[in-house]
Design a protein around this ligand. Structure first.
Ligand code: NAD
Ligand code: DAU
Length: 346
């Protein structure tokens, strides 16, 4: 299959690109190369015969039309987005422009391309979204595919909007779409603005490790390569018009997670005192969602998907990767906003 992957120079998109190439697919990686992108993430496949890269912004409709007409993909996997909640608090406009208007452009370009190729029923538009569209849970319960949307940050509201657009393009125009909503990913190539890479890098730098609020907020963690595997499965086997929640059933409070990372670092990169001593509680994120938890029953029962690594294994692999790939993250330290507290909405 020839797959157009948007956002393929980012964290999850690059895992999808690497996995798809390793499974013999052709890939067109379309990415605007924003601050969050890194072509090193796909260096391992850049010379593969089935790989092509297009530096294109999804807000640029003529460029999207040109890429679709030049490459004629069998499917689109849409991951390009502004993805960081804290940045959406500081500057929501780009989130609306890329996540809402960019998705609208891509849907229209895909519809025109699909019409032009005779509305092939085998074509797929796979929209990759987040569990944050469902809002914030209390201590009990999980998000299912039927949970009503209740986004609470500019980021999650923009992703919810894009989900609604994708469903509307299916219902109204018949575009063969599938959707997925996944929980928090972690693993190699995670950009150092998100919690897990921040903890590792701050720990190694001997700086305070910032925990928002009291650290009781809960996230449901999934290793990024397991997410990429689930995405390719949904692309190939998912029912048209259906959405699938993806998660590893690995809930952790932020404080527990950070303590675990510090313990792993104490073992892998020991120093005189524990990295845990660097944990520092800082002002909370405005509108901080208390808890996310995914019920993955549908993708497990209908498509047979299961994650391959436990969170304990995944965190060990991740810390090892950051220790072994310092050149990758050191090159990102001077990118805009990296190393600085974001999202305080003062
Ligand atoms: P990321 O920020 O690491 O990567 C996003 C990529 O999209 C970057 O390479 C960037 O250059 C590109 N991009 C941004 N704006 C663009 C534009 N206008 N045109 C073209 N390319 C553009 O994000 P990620 O964490 O890899 O997330 C990928 C997708 O998965 C997003 O849609 C996100 O909402 C979703 N998601 C993320 C998580 C998570 O835990 N990170 C969980 C569930 C869903
Ligand atoms: O749930 C899926 C979502 O997970 C994705 O849709 C988003 O794209 C992705 O960024 C992620 O959103 P979160 O806001 O959950 O991730 P983040 O790494 O920013 O924060 C994780 C938790 O850690 C959250 O409760 C806020 C807290 N946090 C975050 C940072 C950056 C801290 O305590 N300290 C920090 O420095």
């Amino acid at each position: 299959m020839k797959i157009l992957v948007t956002g393929g120079a980012g964290f999850i998109g690059s895992a999808v690109v690497r996995l798809a190439i390793s499974r013999g697919h052709e890939v067109v990686n379309l990415d605007a190369l924003t601050y969050a992108a890194c072509l090193d993430n796909v260096a391992s496949v850049a010379d593969a015969p089935g790989y092509a890269f297009e530096q294109v912004d999804i807000r640029d409709r003529p460029a999207l039309d040109r890429v679709l007409s030049d490459h004629r993909p069998d499917a689109i996997m849409h991951l390009a987005a502004e993805s960081h909640v804290d940045r959406s608090i500081d500057g929501p406009a780009t989130f609306i422009e890329t996540n809402v208007m960019g998705t609208f452009n891509l849907l229209e370009a895909a519809r025109s391309y699909w019409d032009g190729q005779g509305r092939d029923p085998a074509f797929r538009f796979h929209h990759i979204s987040t569990d944050e569209v469902f809002g914030s849970l209390g201590p009990e319960g999980q998000f299912t595919e039927e949970t009503p949307y209740d986004p609470r940050s500019p980021y999650s509201a923009s992703k919810a909007s894009s989900d609604h657009l994708v469903r509307a393009w299916h219902e109204t125009y018949g575009l063969p779409v599938v959707l997925t909503n996944c929980s928090n990913n972690y693993g190699p190539y995670h950009f150092p603005e998100k919690l897990i890479p921040i903890v590792i890098l701050k720990a190694l730098a001997g700086e305070p490790i910032p925990i928002y609020g009291d650290g009781s907020n809960v996230r449901d963690w999934l290793y990024v390569e397991d997410h990429a595997d689930a995405l390719l499965l949904v692309l190939e086997k998912g029912a048209i018009g259906r959405s699938y929640n993806i998660g590893g059933e690995n809930e952790r409070s932020n404080l527990d997670l950070v303590r675990t990372l510090c313990t792993i670092l104490d073992r892998m990169a020991p120093k005189e005192v524990s990295y845990g001593d660097q944990i520092t509680f800082v002002a909370d994120r405005p509108g901080h969602d208390a808890r996310y938890a995914i019920d993955p029953t549908r993708i497990r029962d209908e498509l047979g998907w299961r994650p391959s690594v436990t969170v304990e294994e995944g965190l060990e692999k991740t810390v090892r990767w950051y220790l072994d790939n310092r050149d990758w993250w050191q090159a990102l330290l001077d990118r805009d906003g990296v190393g600085r507290r974001l999202g305080r909405a003062s």
